[in-house]
Structures are given as structure tokens and as C-alpha cells.
Design a protein around this ligand. Structure first.
Ligand SMILES: Cc1cc2nc3c(=O)[nH]c(=O)nc-3n(C[C@H](O)[C@H](O)[C@H](O)COP(=O)(O)OP(=O)(O)OC[C@H]3O[C@@H](n4cnc5c(N)ncnc54)[C@H](O)[C@@H]3O)c2cc1C
Length: 433
């Protein structure tokens, strides 16, 4: 077990090592961001992570301006001198056409995106949480909840350390599940994935390629299953280090979802690329790895008996584009602000009332947008519709500009007509929790 000494004064000083105000399970973007904001507010936080940093995470490594905003909010330097690779927008390729769509100019978001390997990014976020005062323990796998016999409420977790024999318990007034897509802790509390919400599956790998210093994120809409266009896209993101992150993802709304061989689909798609890009077996630097993308609130409720869910654990991935890092970080911030207020209340009933407001706060932030996303993901899973949409939108730049705002969820509250249209759609949609 590794516990790095945090530099700032500790809310946890004088407290038993296995007790804290809040136990956060998982130090991905959701867990580290939660721990950062809680520690900043003066709470004592234990952040338990099963792996050790730096560690790999299967990802496209791409951040839209939404992700950049979340990093900046945590005081992380995102300059190119600090190793970040910037991008100007999204290049979309489909229906025999190619279009470069710059990120929109907005007051709410910066005008650029970023690329950074998750090995670096996640370590950076975890260290930031420690700098704020959170106690990070690496190599600690949480094995289950500790429940109050009488109320059934979670009061801590059991965990196994890579460095110790046996299990030990950690106690907290609040527990946060930030343990990713499979969220064993949520499952152990009876919170399963919802079948009525979208789910994606994506695979990715890296190739040495001259395309490594691309200043646009690139997205390919032509993924075919025989003569059927699949609901998903392939991506090529330049890492700036001689390699490109290349992958593809599909939504579960098409019939092909269950029986797709993702590795074969990736190879077939790449076989059609120009040879000089170098996407060949000899140039592949990593295995092809895949994972699920839980979308549109596909695990609820987000608060249940003392347990709050953030990021992938709560199914927060954007169903339009598969982006999850920004939503993990934003949901974590909403969660931390809720918990900070809740723990400042004098009476238990008041604390409970504030915590019960977390699902509503998330629904206010994303509920309407995700409801539109659910309709979108169902629609493009219909045979022919993805093809129709690609063919017709790719010849209309203005429509694609609007589509970028909608798909990447990038608008100002009182912006131009397209901003108001996207915001209006989200407001009109029934708002699911
Ligand atoms: C192929 C692929 C490509 C993607 N590309 C992008 C992209 O380009 N941009 C983007 O924004 N999003 C992308 N996503 C989505 C993104 O990776 C996730 O949404 C994001 O990682 C969610 O963060 P999280 O903190 O909620 O979960 P995770 O990043 O999964 O972190 C969970 C953490 O919990 C730890 N953990 C799990 N169980 C336990 C336990 N029992 N005890 C202790 N610790 C535990 C894990 O080790 C991990 O560190 C992609 C996903 C996939 C699969």
C-alpha cells in the first residue's frame, strides 16, 4: 500500500488511518476530481485506488473544450510546454466527404481541445487531489460495502491491499462510487445498469504514424457491416509523440452490436487507409484493447443509502459522442459541492435532505440533454438512418456546425441561434433521473 504524504495541512490529522469524512473508491477522473474538491473544502478524504500510478486506461485520450474547462477549473496547467497536445476542432470524414469543424467560439468553453495519454492524465489528477489534501492509497482494492445493520446504509468499505494480508475496513460518513463502468461497489449496493439506457463499446490501439501531430481530432463515420452503416465512428487522434491513438466505438442500439468482432472491424476499417499513414501491424505499438461506455445515466439512482455515484459508475458518458472524461469530472464537482454542504448541516435529517438533492442536480445539468441523446442513439441504430443522416449532413457545413455543438454539448446559455436551439431541445425533453 502506498500513501503519499500530501503537502498541505490535513483535515485528517489525528484521525485513525482508516477513517475519514468521505471514502472515495477509484482514482480515475471522477474519483480524483471528487477528492480534490472535497479536500479543498476542508473535508478529510480517503481516496482508494486498486492500481498504482502511472497506470494504463483504455481510452481515446481526446478532450473536447469541455474537458479542457474541467482541467482548468482544477488549476491544472494545460500549456503545450507542459506536454499537452492542442487541437483546433473536429475533422469529420463520411459519405465520401471531409469537413473541418473548428470548436465553437463561446464564452463558456475555451476554443481548443487537448490530447494526453491517460497514463499521464489520471496520475496528474490524482496528484492534484493529494496536493489539495486528500489521502490517496494506491494498491487498495475495495471488495464491498460496510453496512449499518439497522438502516442498511453504507458506512464504509472493506478492502484488500496489495501489501497486506487479509481485509480491512475503512469508515466514512459518506462513500463515493467512482470505480468506473463495472462499479462493483454500486452493484453490491443493488444498483445495476439500466437496460433502457444507451451503452457503447469501443476498442483502441496506437500506431507509429506520420499523422501523430495532427491539429484536429479526426472522426470517421464510415463503419460498415456488409451494406449497413453502423451507429458509431472510428477515430484517429494524434498523440504528438510519434504515435496516433486509433479506435472505434459502436452504440448498442443496432442489431449488429451483440455479434460484432470489434478487432476485425478495426482492422477492416484501417485496411482502407492510405499506406503512408502507417496503420499496419508492424507499426502497432500496443495491443488492441476495449471497454464499455456507460451512457445517458445508465445506472441510477445516483444517491442511495449513503452512496453517491460519479462518472462512469453513474453512467455519465455523453451518448452523442462517447466523451466521458469531462462528465466524470463535472459530475464529481457537483457531487463534492453537494457533500460539502450536506456535511455542514447540524442534523442528520438535514444532511440526508441535501444528499438526496444530488440526483436532481445531475438531472438539471444533463437530464434533458441525455434524453435527447437517447432518442438520437435509438434513431441512428435504425437501418438506413445513419446512412441518410451522414449523406445529407456531410454536404451542409452550417448543419454540421450545429451538429458539432449538439454532439459535443458545447453551447453558451445565452448564445446564438444554434446555441439556443440545442439548449431548447434539452429543455423540452423529458428530464430523466
Ligand atoms: C476505448 C475507449 C475510448 C474512450 N475515449 C474517450 C475519449 O477520447 N475522451 C473521453 O472523454 N472519454 C473517452 N472514453 C470514456 C472515458 O474513458 C471514461 O468515461 C472515463 O474514464 C470515466 O472516468 P471514471 O473516473 O468515471 O472511471 P475510470 O476512468 O474507469 O476510473 C475508475 C477507477 O476506479 C478504479 N477501481 C475500479 N474498481 C476499484 C475497486 N474495487 N477498488 C479500488 N479502485 C477501483 C480503477 O482502477 C480506476 O482507476 C473512452 C472509453 C473507452 C472504453
Amino acid at each position: 500500500m502506498t500513501e503519499h504524504a500530501p503537502p498541505s495541512p490535513q483535515a485528517g490529522q489525528g484521525r485513525p488511518a482508516d477513517e475519514a469524512d468521505v471514502i472515495v473508491v477509484g482514482a480515475g477522473p471522477a474519483g480524483s476530481t471528487t477528492a480534490y474538491y472535497l479536500a479543498q473544502a476542508g473535508l478529510d478524504v480517503l481516496l482508494l485506488e486498486k492500481s498504482r500510478f502511472p497506470r494504463e486506461k483504455v481510452c481515446g485520450d481526446g478532450l473536447t473544450p469541455r474537458g479542457v474547462r474541467a482541467l482548468v477549473a482544477m488549476g491544472i496547467s494545460v500549456s503545450e510546454q507542459d506536454g499537452w497536445v492542442r487541437n483546433k476542432g473536429l475533422r469529420v470524414i463520411g459519405a465520401g466527404k471531409r469537413m473541418e469543424l473548428p470548436w465553437p467560439e463561446l464564452s463558456s468553453y475555451p476554443g481548443y481541445g487537448l490530447v494526453r495519454p491517460r497514463t499521464d492524465l489520471d496520475q496528474m489528477l490524482a496528484r492534484r487531489a493529494q496536493q489539495a489534501g486528500a489521502r490517496l492509497r494506491e494498491g487498495v482494492t475495495v471488495t464491498g460495502p460496510v453496512l449499518d445493520d439497522r438502516t442498511g446504509r453504507i458506512t464504509g468499505v472493506t478492502a484488500k491491499s496489495a501489501d497486506e494480508d487479509g481485509e480491512r475496513s475503512y469508515r466514512g460518513r459518506i462513500v463515493v462510487a467512482a470505480d468506473g463502468n463495472s462499479s462493483r461497489l454500486s452493484v453490491a449496493m443493488g444498483l445495476r445498469k439500466r437496460d433502457d439506457r444507451p451503452l457503447g463499446v469501443a476498442v483502441r490501439t496506437y500506431y507509429q504514424s506520420p499523422r501523430h501531430d495532427d491539429d484536429y481530432l479526426e472522426s470517421w463515420l464510415d463503419l460498415w457491416d456488409g451494406d449497413r452503416l453502423l451507429p458509431g465512428y472510428g477515430w484517429i487522434f494524434g498523440m504528438g509523440d510519434g504515435t496516433s491513438n486509433v479506435g472505434l466505438g459502436l452504440l448498442n442500439t443496432s442489431a449488429a452490436f451483440q455479434h460484432t468482432d470489434y478487432h476485425a472491424l478495426l482492422r477492416k476499417w484501417l485496411a482502407g487507409m492510405p499506406a503512408e499513414w502507417g496503420f499496419t501491424e508492424e507499426n502497432r505499438t500496443q495491443p488492441i484493447r476495449g471497454a464499455a461506455l456507460p451512457m445517458g445515466f445508465n445506472r441510477t439512482p445516483h444517491y442511495y443509502r449513503g452512496l453517491l455515484l460519479a462518472g462512469d459508475a453513474g453512467g455519465m458518458v455523453n451518448p452523442f459522442n462517447g466523451e466521458g472524461i469531462a462528465y466524470a469530472m463535472e459530475s464529481a464537482e457537483i457531487l463534492a459541492r453537494t457533500v460539502t454542504q450536506a456535511l455542514a448541516r447540524a442534523r442528520r435529517a438535514e444532511t440526508e435532505r441535501v444528499l438526496a438533492g444530488y440526483p436532481a442536480a445531475l438531472a438539471d445539468a444533463y437530464g434533458g440533454y441525455y434524453a435527447v441523446g437517447r432518442v438520437f442513439s435509438k434513431a441512428i441504430g435504425q437501418p438506413g438512418l445513419m446512412r441518410f443522416a451522414t449523406k445529407h449532413s456531410m454536404s451542409r457545413p452550417a448543419l454540421m456546425g450545429f451538429a458539432l455543438k449538439l454532439l459535443a454539448n458545447l453551447t453558451d446559455p445565452r448564445g446564438d441561434v444554434s446555441d439556443r436551439l440545442v439548449n431548447g431541445l434539452s429543455k423540452l425533453a423529458p428530464n430523466p433521473k
